[in-house]
Design a protein around this ligand. Structure first.
Ligand SMILES: Nc1ncnc2c1ncn2[C@@H]1O[C@H](COP(=O)(O)OP(=O)(O)OP(=O)(O)O)[C@@H](O)[C@H]1O
Length: 559
């Protein structure tokens, strides 16, 4: 009886071809009609009529044509014609080419990989090899776990297709050793004994994906595409992490300074709770860095960490930024947006500079804090959020409460737990921090810098660092660029640091027309206006800039 293979992939199996001859105890003679019809004559570049038959493992028995490769080069140098191979549930080879002119070219696959097939059955290895090579992948084979490990020892691979049943061995037991041997290897477990249980177990043991038999070339391609995408994403994350490591000095979260050490100990204790935390401290003391650390030390570490900078936008826009809006809610709301509360679902929402939260928005934040309920702007439906809140401020919130610019009930909701970071001038480890930052920036800029001169150390020790860690970081980065080496001297430090405090007869004031840079003038002017203003809005008004511009300048200058 002729069994007709159904095309599994309509884009590739352009013709339906006879697959196998069943219910025969002997293979048909090679010149028989069955043999002739098993592979249509119009198959391009096929190896001619059936010369070999192989017994199928299907319980009904029968034979199938032993055809290995049906396609070849397309003759135009554009890659290979894909052998149309589908693997049927009985491990048979359902083969058929596209009609002439309809064959698919797979000469430039997006992600060619080196793949090792680990299977004790030679026919499965060969069938997979055909399908994988046709898709442009490099293929190696191993019949057992030991062979696979030896093969990987000789040359690394990108992915392994591992059969769950490897003769007497279990493919599941091979996942661990493969992972240890080649941590970057993507492992896909294949099995004819598909069950949710074995899939879950495979993933639990570290497999990247799972391919249940019977499978088609399209399914093999889909699983490998997923693996390649995951690999690509992993590589990108690693590259970005590397970039961040090179761009940003690692935050020192094991401080030698006793006050900072106490802060960190408290932070580690509150991290696993879901309580709201208020981080207090001058600008640049590391509140943002500590907020991230709190998130990563707690149970929500796998969830998102989302920051909202309260002074960066006006009340309306900030409300929409926080809670989202629906299309048409206000002019310019051209589509629905979800907002940062929704983006932080399952994770942490960090409200930076919460003291600058517009008064009009305070009742809405309070309501959110009370029940984690909110509405998008322009929508009546109430939504529920699962978000932990961390807030930070450098403002005296109690004084703001007294002045009526910050709601007292909101303050008590925000500061269930309070952590106060010491200013850098009070930290005994500032020279160590400076040394560590210098080592980092020297590495980043490729400079050989051995450390600071005695005068430079003295200047760093006595400077009050009003911009705290941010100012120190900027000063050290600048010095690492300017220093001729091998030591960083006084002249390499910013003028305000090098000059030191004004002594008798020595003016250290930044004066208009004096020997100071424009930037130093700007910094000093902003500093004085901020000190004289009751609010950020008032300071922005005096300076003639938008509050968000002032916010950015403060960030830039560490004010
Ligand atoms: N523990 C730390 N070790 C080294 N560098 C740090 C540390 N904490 C913060 N920094 C550096 O100081 C800078 C300011 O940190 P961060 O933004 O967390 O401060 P902040 O207190 O939140 O400031 P602001 O109040 O202005 O928002 C960052 O550039 C960071 O690189």
């Amino acid at each position: 009886m002729l069994h007709v293979a159904q095309p599994a992939d309509p884009y590739r199996l352009a013709t339906v071809v006879p697959l196998s001859i069943r219910d025969r105890s002997e293979p048909p003679p090679t010149g028989s009609a069955a043999a002739r019809s098993a592979i249509p004559a119009r198959i391009p570049r096929a190896r001619g009529p059936v010369r070999r038959w192989r017994r199928m493992t299907h319980p009904h028995g029968g034979f199938e044509p032993a055809v290995d490769v049906l396609g070849g080069g397309d003759g135009a140098g554009r890659g290979r014609m894909v052998p149309i191979v589908s693997i049927d549930r009985h491990n048979g080879l359902a083969s058929g080419p596209a009609a002439p002119g309809t064959c698919r070219l797979a000469g430039t696959p997006g992600n060619p990989m080196n793949i090792i097939i680990v299977d004790d059955e030679a026919n499965i290895r060969r069938t997979l090899r055909v399908a994988l090579e046709a898709a442009g992948h490099g293929v190696r084979e191993a019949a057992s776990g030991a062979e696979a490990l030896a093969e990987l020892g000789r040359r690394p691979c990108d992915a392994a297709l591992v059969d769950l049943r490897l003769g007497g061995e279990s493919g599941l037991d091979l996942i661990g050793p493969l992972r240890e041997h080649a941590p970057r290897l993507a492992v896909v477990v294949i099995t004819a004994h598909a069950s949710i249980g074995s899939a879950v177990e495979a993933m639990r043991r570290g497999a990247d994906d799972y391919l249940p038999k019977p499978f088609t070339p399209a399914e093999v391609r889909a699983v490998l595409d997923r693996v390649a995408r995951q690999r690509g994403l992993r590589d990108r994350v690693e590259a970005l992490e590397d970039l961040v490591r090179r761009e940003v000095p690692e935050a020192e979260l094991d401080a030698r300074d006793p006050a900072m050490a106490r802060v960190l100990e408290l932070a580690r204790r509150v991290a696993p709770t879901d309580a709201a935390v208020l981080l207090r401290g001058e600008s640049g003391t590391g509140k943002g860095v500590l907020a991230r650390a709190l998130h990563s030390w707690g149970g929500r570490a796998g969830g998102p960490f989302v920051t909202v900078s309260c002074p960066s936008l006006g009340a309306e826009l900030l409300e929409s930024e926080l809670f989202g809006h629906v299309k048409g809610a206000f002019t310019g709301a051209v589509r629905d947006t979800v907002g940062k509360v929704a983006a932080a679902e399952g994770g942490t929402l960090f409200l930076d500079e919460v003291g600058d939260l517009p008064v009009a928005l305070q009742p809405k934040l309070l309501r959110f804090l009370q029940g984690k309920r909110y509405e998008r702007v322009g929508e009546a439906a109430e939504r529920q959020a699962d978000v932990r809140l961390i807030a930070a401020t450098n403002r005296d919130l109690e004084a703001m409460v007294a002045a009526g610019t910050f709601r007292e009930d909101l303050l008590y909701r925000l500061n269930v737990l309070e952590v106060a970071l010491p200013p850098l001038r009070e930290r005994s480890d500032r020279l160590e921090l400076a040394d560590r930052m210098l080592a980092f920036f020297a590495g980043q800029t490729g400079r050989r810098l051995s450390g600071f001169t005695a005068e430079a150390r003295e200047a760093i020790g006595r400077h009050p660092w009003p911009g705290n860690l941010r100012e120190l970081r900027n000063a050290v980065e600048r010095a690492a660029i300017l220093a001729e080496g091998p030591e960083v001297g006084l002249a390499d430090l910013p003028g305000r640091v090098a000059r030191g405090p004004a002594g008798p007869g020595v003016s250290n004031a930044v004066e208009v027309g004096g020997p100071v840079t424009l930037e130093e003038l700007e910094v000093e002017h902003i500093r004085q206006v901020l000190a004289a203003s009751a609010s950020l809005e008032e300071a922005a008004q005096v300076l003639g800039v938008d509050p968000s511009t002032l916010f950015r300048r403060r960030r830039k200058h560490g004010l």
